[in-house]
Design a protein around this ligand. Sequence first.
Ligand SMILES: [Zn+2]
Length: 585
Amino acid sequence: MPETELSNPLMRNPETEVAAAVPDLETQTGTAVTREKRQAAVEPDPEAEPMTKPKQNGERYRLLKNIGALAVCPMQGGQAHIHLIRNAVILWKGDTIQYAGGQEGLREWFRSRGTAGADEPRRSGRDATGEFGESEVPGVPEVPEGSGEPGESRKPGGPGSAEAGPMPLPEQTEVFDAGGRLVIPGLVDCHTHLAFGGWRPDEFEMRSLGKSYEEIAAAGGGILSTMKATRKATEDELLDKSAGLLHRMMSLGVTTIECKSGYGLRLEDELKQLRVYQRLRMQSPVRIMSTFLGAHAIPPEFRDNRNGYVSLVIGEMIPAVAEHKLATFCDVFADAPAFTQAEARNVLTAAAEAGLIPKIHADQLTAAGGAELAAEVGAISADHLECISDKGIAAIKDAGIIAVSLPLATWYLRKQPLPARELIRSGVPVAVSTDFNPGSAPSYHLPLAMHLACTLQHMSPAEVLKGATIYAAAALGLDGVTGSVEAGKKADFVEIDVEGEGNLPGHAADPLHGHTGAGLQSGSGRSESRRPADRNQNGERNEPSPDIGLAGPVNQWMYHFQPNNAVRVWAGGECVADSGWNRNL
Ligand SMILES: [Zn+2]
């Protein structure tokens, strides 16, 4: 497999404003990802950005106006802190957000850029006095005022009102209307097994009738069943199937996804799965991160030679994956039916030496010490954790590891959910993902997983939203790139079919932040300093917000579980899915 020329545009193009604008999250609280891990995750060149993403509008500003409520989901603050801003706008150029916040803040943003000697807005927007003109400035169109466009009439104080006034915009700015709806960051599915052959619906029936894992395996089911089908499938067949699934996930609002190998269980087929992800990355606007999971199960040919298989993973597979830059991460199923802690330690240590970042399927079926091992090997995330011990919680808290919850697997397997409240109370960020796979979680539906995180894991909708956006991005080392709607981040966001007003109390969606018209300035630390309610009596962070109801429209969204609430999905600044519902307002 030839090495690819792909590279991360953040690293490749120093002229872009992105590098300077991405907040220095290391200095902010709430992040559990060290700088080393994050940079290591972003720097390997083949993994970060789909290079075929259309760039035809790279020099033109685009504006999404009339956002009823924008859930910024910054890394700062605790799990419940999503920073809702009413009457918001998002301005972006190419694939990068320039401004996200209240409409009045946009006016100030233009003004400050003008005085700071900035480029396009000043040239087209300033008049002879040096002040920003309004409608009289030649070549500066306005956001239509009182145009009677969908949603505007219901939004006192919103775009088009006398309070807001006309908004000067650079020439050729393309304006889109969010119809007063909720806008969230593009969802991040940080744990999937996307490419595989076949399905296993018979196991669903067997499990429904009470058959055990062992009985299902004895009947030829389980991971090895999918292994056979995956080995049999050609790379093109796997690609076609995965592309179809990925497209459906994208239409649900997913703009970043992690994909694991682990159904080949021999060198050529593990590489085949990872090449599928590499090709998907080239053809899809979804950002794809790859994980090598050769240590997913012991294949039948090594049934009586476990050490032989572990040696193969360490001695041949990991070097090949690293050499061809086919994955950023290395994962191990470190639990009773699969690999022992000692085996997992050996694999992950070798992987880290080869430049792959450790992840672990930990403590899913037994309290086997997977969380402790995650801390020991410096994993970026520990996933599953249904059976995590108190010691394990303390270990991943101290090591700054993201806990990835997988409520669909909990649900399908009828297991106890992970103790999300204890994790959050302990200060561990809890991400939410699908674990999409043909056996224990055969649904790619991240919004369903989010709904289940509320009902099974006792997380609030706001906590869950943060878990499926910025914390999930952090579990992939991408929290400086995506996962929140902030200046400098990639323009990945989703318009949700929920009115932004929801049950928001009074004028302020988020009293912790006072004035709702102000945008959240990346890296400014402003919001953090105003957040005493995110600390408990002991000064610990990440307590759930005691202010029930603050997340109005987000509550409304997850309260009614519906098949798909994503009206429009934007990835890298381009509209990649449009349900057409926007036209019916
Ligand atoms: Zn998994």
